[in-house]
Design a protein around this ligand. Structure first.
Ligand SMILES: C[S@@+](CC[C@H](N)C(=O)[O-])C[C@H]1O[C@@H](n2cnc3c(N)ncnc32)[C@H](O)[C@@H]1O
Length: 346
């Protein structure tokens, strides 16, 4: 019996989904071997690229062809390649590069946790801790290179959303912004640069603050921003009237997330605000937004024990922390994020 047309398409879709990890590793290999940077603005021969990065010529050609099939390269003539605009986003010399993000999500540590997804779903527990015998952030502390890669990856992920965040929220009405779990300071530096009378406190672990000086210096705002190392489960710095948390709450389960928000509630004055930058999942799955937010949700499950949340979930979290959710401002697509503003509950 001839397969129906729909059936053929569905089979193709399934095979493509099952091979997704191969595509991810091909992209990562292109970055790790330095091929993307070696190609740069030029059209380069595979044999020359292989020699320059010390790789096998035939295997290099095969990788480059796979990357061309993935539309990150173009094979202009047999064995000769240039970058597409998407491929060029992996160059390490671009301020909007995504190379660290690619390296981080495909690194052995995170991949091994994903191997344990079925176990995590069975138990409801993060598989990272079972595989590595410690939690994700403690592991980063013990592995400075990976920690630096993580901070860079977060900064790169944040870079793409800065313009939207700045244009959708009036930070100028505040005196001091405390960026809680602010990592390398990419977002806070951009906010301070736009609002010259604003002061900032960048709060994170000592490892999280590792590259912060560079980011603040690059934007010329280091004299208006204090660096404060600590543990947000103990307390967050006093002195702010806006407490900003981007991609922090989704790292944690409800109990831990409530502790962080309660500490923000303790520090924020009655007239102040808490602002979360997070994905807000719709009440039912909307196919138009694609799978990335749901895959991120599973990533939180296997690596950190956190979760993505719906509006109702954020309302509950805020209430438990002594806050009232005041408004949600979705950033325009393709940004997956919303700004979730909360005020001290009366
Ligand atoms: C997912 S990253 C988000 C970084 C940054 N806000 C961004 O969006 O690019 C979470 C941040 O929380 C920090 N963090 C984790 N545990 C922490 C703790 N106990 N106290 C303070 N910061 C912590 C990490 O170092 C990291 O910078």
């Amino acid at each position: 019996m001839e397969p129906k047309q729909d059936d053929v398409a569905d089979r193709g879709k399934l095979v493509q989904l099952a091979c997704g990890h191969m595509a991810a590793q091909a992209v990562a290999a292109g970055v790790r071997l330095g091929l993307v940077d070696l190609i740069g603005d030029s059209q380069r021969r595979a044999a020359d690229l292989a020699r320059e990065c010390g790789a096998d010529p035939q295997a290099t050609t095969r990788l480059l062809r796979a990357l061309a099939a993935l539309e990150l390269l173009v094979e202009n003539r047999p064995g000769s390649f240039s970058l597409t605009p998407a491929g060029a986003l992996l160059r390490t010399d671009r301020p909007d590069s995504l190379h660290s993000l690619v390296r981080m999500v495909t690194c052995p540590a995170t991949m091994r946790s994903w191997d344990g997804l079925a176990d995590s779903v069975r138990t409801g527990k993060t598989s990272f801790d079972a595989v590595f015998g410690t939690d994700f952030f403690s592991y980063l502390k013990e592995n400075p290179e990976l920690s630096a890669e993580f901070n860079a990856a977060m900064g790169q992920g944040t870079h793409a959303t800065i313009a939207d965040i700045l244009s959708h929220y009036d930070f100028g009405g505040f005196a001091t912004v405390v960026d809680v779990g602010g990592g390398d300071g990419t977002l806070l530096a951009a906010i301070l640069r736009k609002h010259s009378s604003l002061r900032g406190i960048l709060f994170d672990t000592p490892e999280g603050l590792g590259r912060a000086g560079e980011s603040l210096g690059r934007e010329g705002v280091e004299d208006r921003c204090a660096l404060d190392a600590g543990d947000f489960f103990d307390s967050v710095p006093d002195g702010g009237d806006l407490y900003l948390l981007k991609n922090v709450v989704h790292d944690w389960d409800d109990g831990r997330a409530t502790v962080i928000l309660r500490n923000c509630r303790r520090a924020v004055p009655e007239s102040g605000r808490v602002l979360l930058v997070e994905v807000v999942l719709p009440a039912t799955v909307a196919s138009s937004t694609g799978p990335i937010n749901y895959l991120s949700d599973l990533d939180m499950l296997v690596n950190l024990g956190g979760r993505e949340r719906t509006r109702a979930d954020f309302e509950d979290l805020c209430r438990l922390a002594g806050l009232t959710l005041t408004r949600i401002l979705p950033l325009p697509p393709p940004s997956p994020f919303s700004l979730i503003e909360a005020a001290p509950a009366g």
